[in-house]
Design a protein around this ligand. Structure first.
Ligand SMILES: Cc1cc2nc3c(=O)[nH]c(=O)nc-3n(C[C@H](O)[C@H](O)[C@H](O)COP(=O)(O)O)c2cc1C
Length: 209
């Protein structure tokens, strides 16, 4: 399937069937997320995959999004609430290792990151980290659609409860957005047959010459 056809096929699924997504397909979506672009390449977020039915139910309690409980797998995109020198150092080490170059060759890049990122308030970096997580969400949405796996991006959840039940706070993380994965219950999900509502492309886009 080409990308446009996949994007026309996907929709924010409201009702999932009982069918489970295979571990192989989940791995592909996770690999797509890992290949997502992020500012400076720092990937200031982590993904938690929840499959356990009772945990999904606890997470769904009190939310209008029943998909949290009924999906096959729930991906929680959790962003760091602070960026630290340790994270930047670990990233430098990783680049040096992967690209087989001395750490000293990265001195200017590190100085730019430290100056640009660590000079900001923690709140600014938390918002920046969350924005990077949303880019990863977009990648996951496209990847799932191309694999013909249904999904629902969701902001409608209790972040405090998620952070506590998933032990995110102790890792310096907070949940920012979630993605339910599974297969649509075509018979019972009225949204499955609804026409997509999008702007005319001419309203969305302007070309500057
Ligand atoms: C960041 C984000 C948060 C969303 N939150 C919810 C949500 O909490 N519950 C839900 O059912 N859909 C949610 N949606 C789905 C949107 O309502 C949906 O993408 C939009 O109406 C366009 O419809 P379509 O995705 O089916 O084409 C969210 C989408 C995005 C991108």
């Amino acid at each position: 399937m080409n990308t446009i056809a996949s994007l026309k096929w996907r929709y924010a699924t409201k009702k999932f069937s009982d069918r489970k997504v295979s571990a192989e397909a989940i791995d592909k979506i996770l690999e797509s997320i890992n290949l997502s672009a992020s500012s400076t390449g720092l990937q200031p977020y982590r993904i938690v995959v929840v499959e356990n039915p009772s945990l999904k139910e606890s997470l769904a309690e009190g939310s209008f999004n029943t998909q949290i409980a009924t999906c096959s797998h729930l991906l929680v995109f959790a962003a760091f609430t602070k960026v630290t020198i340790e994270q930047i150092d670990a990233y430098m080490q990783q680049i040096a290792k992967e690209r087989e170059i001395p750490l000293a060759a990265l001195e200017d890049f590190k100085t730019a990151l430290v100056g640009g990122i660590l000079s900001r308030l923690d709140e600014e970096n938390a918002a920046w980290a969350a924005r990077q997580a949303y880019i990863a969400l977009g990648t996951a949405l496209i990847s799932a659609a191309e694999l013909k796996i249904d999904s629902t991006p969701m902001e409608g959840f209790d972040a405090k409860k998620f952070d506590s039940l998933l032990n995110l706070e102790s890792q310096g993380l907070t949940s920012v957005v979630t993605l339910a994965l599974g297969y649509r219950d075509e018979q019972n999900d009225v949204y499955a047959a609804l026409k997509k509502v999008r702007l005319p492309i001419t309203e969305l886009v302007s070309f500057v010459k």
